[in-house]
Ligand binder design. Sequence first.
Ligand SMILES: Nc1nc2c(ncn2[C@@H]2O[C@H](COP(=O)(O)OP(=O)(O)OP(=O)(O)O)[C@@H](O)[C@H]2O)c(=O)[nH]1
Ligand SMILES: [Mg+2]
Length: 64
Amino acid sequence: MGNGLSDQTSILSSLPSFQSFHIVILGLDCAGKTTVLYRLQFNEFVNTVPTKGFNTEKIKSLSS
Ligand SMILES: Nc1nc2c(ncn2[C@@H]2O[C@H](COP(=O)(O)OP(=O)(O)OP(=O)(O)O)[C@@H](O)[C@H]2O)c(=O)[nH]1
Ligand SMILES: [Mg+2]
């Protein structure tokens, strides 16, 4: 999931650039949620460890 859903052009560029959103990513353990988050933020693959609690990040779309 982390690799497939995190292409900036397919997700973030489809959102209106003048708005901000709170997005919650839910899924089973090891589904790839953290991978998606950091792929969107840094636009590269980041090796993850299982998350304790939750992660939160502010991401600016490249298209805005
Ligand atoms: N093959 C493959 N592996 C992936 C993909 N996305 C994530 N992974 C791998 O799956 C493992 C778990 O990814 P995480 O992003 O840590 O998963 P998570 O949903 O945050 O897991 P928890 O924090 O434990 O709930 C890691 O080893 C990732 O490298 C994908 O699209 N393809
Ligand atoms: Mg995680």
